[in-house]
Design a binder for this molecule. Sequence first.
Ligand code: FMN
Length: 315
Amino acid sequence: MSNRITTLFKIQYPVIQAGMIWCSGWELASAVSNAGGLGIIGAGSMYPEVLKTHIRKCKNASSKPFAVNVPLLYPNVEEIMNIIVEEGVKIVFSSAGNPASWTSFLKEKGITVVHVIANTKFALKAEACGVDAIVAEGFEAGGHNGREETTTLCLIPMVKDQVKIPVIAAGGIGTGRAMLAAFALGAEGVQIGSAFAVAEESSAHPDFKNRIIGAAEGDTKLRMKKLVPVRLLKNTFDETIAQAEAEGAHAETLKQLLGRARAKLGMFEGNLEEGELEIGQVSAMLKGIKPAAAILDEIWQEFLTEKQRISSLKF
Ligand SMILES: Cc1cc2nc3c(=O)[nH]c(=O)nc-3n(C[C@H](O)[C@H](O)[C@H](O)COP(=O)(O)O)c2cc1C
C-alpha cells in the first residue's frame, strides 16, 4: 500500500516499531526495517557512544530506512543529536519534551522529524514547530504517557481533526484489527511498542518477555502521575508506588522511591519484583515470543482480512 506515511519514510507497510528503552536496539530495529516496517532505535537507555554503535550495526544489518527515538528530557540530548547528524540518520522520533527545542536543528540538516504527543494541544504545537508527522499516543500505551488519560479511541479523531500533517496512532495496537480501527479513526500509520517488546530480537530480558506474555487483563496501571506518568506491570515495586500514591505521596517521594536505573533493573536485568516493568494494556493479548518479521506479518495480514470483512458488510 502507499500513503503519506509509507511515502514519508520510504517503507512498505505503515507500521512503525516504537522506540523503547532497554528493548529496541539495532537487532529489533533492523529486523523490523528489513521486514518492510520502520524500525526505531531507542536512544533513551543509551549513552551517546552506545547509540553510535547501535546506529552503525543497524546500517550494517539493513539497507532499509530506520529511525532513532530521542526522549528530549535525556541529559545528553545535545551529544545524541550531534551523533545522529554525524552518523547520517535520516529520521528522528522525538518524545518527552518540547518539540520547539530540536525540530529546526534537525530539519535544517534534512532530517525527517516526528514528535510523540498525548494531547491535542501538543499536536498543534508540534505541527507549528514544523514536524513532518506526529505520533498520537493514547492511555493504553506502555511506557511514559499523558496526564490527561485520553484513550487512543478518543485521541486519534480529536488530533486528526486539528492537524494537517499525518497522524500515527499508538497505544493498544498489537493486532491487525486494532490497526484497522486506528485507520478508521484517521490514522495513516501505527506505532507499536508492547507487541514488539516481546519479539525475539528485542533486547528485553527473557524473564520480562515471559512475564509480559503471562500478563492478564488489568495487570497494568498508569502510575506516578505527579512525577512522570508511566504504565507499569504489577509487581512489588508497583505495589510500593500504588501504596505511596494512595497515601498522597508527592513528586519528590515518588522520585526517591523510583531511585536510579530501576527500568534497567526490571526490563534488561530481569529483576521482575524490584524493577520497573513498562508495558501497555495490550500485553494481556500477546501470546508468544516470535521474530519481529512474523509479528509484523500477522498484524498486516489481519489488517487486510478485517478490511475485507468490513467492506463486505451489507447494510
Ligand atoms: C518497554 C517500553 C519502553 C518504552 N520506551 C520509550 C522510549 O524510550 N521513548 C518513547 O518515546 N516511548 C517509549 N515507550 C512508548 C512507545 O514508544 C510506544 O509509543 C508505546 O509503547 C505504544 O503503545 P503500546 O505499548 O500499546 O504499543 C516505551 C514503551 C514500552 C512498552
